[in-house]
Ligand binder design. Structure first.
Ligand SMILES: O=C(O)CCC(=O)C(=O)O
Ligand SMILES: [Fe+2]
Length: 329
């Protein structure tokens, strides 16, 4: 049994477990990647003994009719110059009332049904499903939403964005923290014009583990000497300590229903544990600037990236049918 300080070992293949190197590509699936990755988060052992907070089922709002859903997902949501400036300066933005309660109730139903099939195996883990849009028309409508893709393009200040992948994330009741990280470490895309929209499909009170963002595009510079460690929680712990030592502000505020966040791939973020009885379900969709290529040397932290960009090799421009342009000015 690996000890706590070596928690990552048990999730790695024999090949990965035998050295501290991270340059070899990931050799398991995306769910296995998340199981490994979540083991790199430091958790309070005392907190985990407290009972979970009992929450009522999320409210079911009346579903929109299909035409209303299409309309909602395609209408522009207007951003002020101050909001764009805030995203570029802080590396993230939270926007309220981007999606209606009914549309989110509908999306929650679809995600819940997909996770339901897995829930026995999921227990208190961090469930991840991706490329759902290939199979589910409602998820596809959200992933292909021009309202959301336009927001991504306007925040990044680019003419066109493509899809990297969708990601259904269910932080199950009792699941621990998400380790501090920045997504440029995860995505093998050779540009900084990348962002992710994180769409909660129920309210996320503090006890359910909202995504928490470190403010400032300069945070990476502040922590870049801290080495990533694939076996233990040291990276997470040291980033946390560094942010504290430098009084970096962290926004871990709750999410209302209808509120979404966009985070840049250089933004450092984390999430608290889910100490409630309700799974914390979200849809996260990642966009990148049209014209970007795969990095020259993909590595284990890039996970199952070949599944998201089939047939494309290191260094090549990303233009597969699974990475369509979702918005062009
Ligand atoms: O949902 C979480 O806890 C983490 C999600 C995340 O890191 C992301 O969407 O970039
Ligand atoms: Fe992330």
């Amino acid at each position: 049994m690996p000890n706590k300080a070596q928690s990552g070992h048990q999730y790695l293949s024999a090949d990965h477990a035998k050295s501290t190197e991270t340059d070899q590509e990931w050799d398991q699936d995306n769910q296995q990647w998340w199981d490994w990755y979540m083991s790199l988060a430091e958790n309070e052992t005392d907190e985990n003994k407290e009972p979970l907070i009992e929450l009522p089922e999320p409210i079911s709002h009346p579903l929109p009719d299909p035409a209303a859903l299409v309309d909602e997902l395609s209408q522009p949501f207007s951003l002020s110059p101050a909001q764009i400036e805030s995203f570029r300066c802080n590396g993230f933005i939270k926007l309220k009332s981007v999606l209606s309660p009914g549309a989110l109730t509908q999306l929650r139903g679809e995600l819940a049904a997909m996770f339901e099939q897995e829930s026995e195996q999921l227990g208190s883990r961090f469930g991840s499903l991706e490329m759902m849009w290939e199979q589910n028309q409602i998820v596809r409508a959200f992933v292909f939403s021009t309202r959301l893709a336009r927001l991504a393009a306007e925040l990044l200040g680019v003419a066109a964005v493509r899809l990297y992948h969708d990601n259904g994330l269910s932080k199950q009741p009792g699941c621990g923290r998400t380790p501090w990280h920045y997504d440029d470490h995860h995505f093998p895309i050779a540009t900084h014009n990348v962002c992710t929209v994180w769409i909660p499909v129920q309210e996320i009170p503090a006890a359910m583990g909202p995504l928490g963002f470190a403010k400032g595009m300069d945070v990476l510079e502040l922590v870049k000497d801290i080495p990533f460690n694939k076996f233990d929680t040291s990276y997470d712990r040291r980033i946390s300590a560094r942010l504290r030592d430098h009084d970096v502000e962290v926004d871990s505020s709750p999410f209302e229903l209808g509120e979404v966040s966009f985070h840049h791939n250089l933004n450092f973020h984390t999430a608290g544990p889910n100490r409630t009885t309700t799974p914390r379900m979200v849809l996260a969709t990642t966009y990148f600037e049209d014209g970007a290529s795969v990095i020259d040397a993909p590595h284990m932290v890039n996970g199952d990236w070949r599944r998201f960009m089939p047939g494309i090799e290191a260094g090549q421009v990303i233009d597969t049918p699974l990475n369509p342009v979702l918005f062009r000015k």
